[in-house]
Write a protein that binds this ligand. Structure first.
Ligand SMILES: *Cc1c(COP(=O)(O)O)cnc(C)c1O
Length: 196
């Protein structure tokens, strides 16, 4: 894997005893998709292990924002003005800055979360200039059907247009294709845990 691509080991549904060996081997970036599960698993461990970066990958509900700001370093699911406002307020309360990815609904599926492509610029401006959130890049979960490369390519274009540095895309099934198209963070879970 290119040194410009960082691997987030997605640990949802796995207990800490499955995760410790990976930490011991020196891995730093881990991802969870639920605030509750992440808190339960990671909160005590993180108190004595400040080097670990924990990434929230799943939908963030407003009422979970205080817990999320407390435990996570990165949030990949920034997807509404309401959520952005709430995160800004909570950062101020806890005197902590997180790093953010704007989630893009790149395949424009109605049931999916995320900002549509032609609204990303305006949303990024709002988050960065009005709220001072540290937005690093864009994240997507493209439709599971068909060839994802068209979506990854579109993501790379939107990233460039918006002067962002990071692209969070690619999971067990499509991380190679994502890397070929410019991913800087890939999020891999099942492939790591079921083949080891
Ligand atoms: C579960 C999950 C992943 C990892 O998926 P795998 O198919 O297990 O590699 C990546 N991103 C998000 C948002 C997830 O919820």
């Amino acid at each position: 894997m290119s040194k410009n691509v960082k691997l987030i080991v997605v640990t949802k549904n796995f207990n800490m005893d499955k995760i410790y060996p990976i930490i011991k081997a020196g891995h730093i970036n881990f991802g969870e998709n639920k605030v509750q599960e992440a808190t339960y698993k990671w909160v005590d461990f993180l108190k004595n292990n400040k080097d670990i970066n924990l990434h929230l990958l799943g939908k963030l509900q407003s009422n979970k924002v205080p817990q999320a700001v407390n435990i996570f370093d990165y949030i990949h699911s920034l997807d509404s003005e309401k959520l952005a406002n709430k995160l800004m307020q909570e950062e101020n309360k806890q005197n902590k800055k997180l790093k953010y990815f704007i989630q893009v609904n790149i395949s424009e599926e109605p049931q999916k979360n995320g900002i549509v492509a032609n609204k990303v610029k305006e949303f990024r401006q709002f988050c960065v200039h009005d709220l001072k959130l540290d937005v690093r890049g864009l994240m997507c979960i493209p439709s599971a059907e068909g060839d994802p490369s068209q979506f990854f390519k579109k993501m790379a274009e939107i990233k460039k247009k918006n002067n962002l540095t990071e692209l969070s895309m690619g999971m067990s099934n499509d991380y190679e294709c994502a890397i070929q198209n410019g991913a800087t963070f890939v999020r891999v879970g099942s492939k790591i845990f079921t083949e080891s």
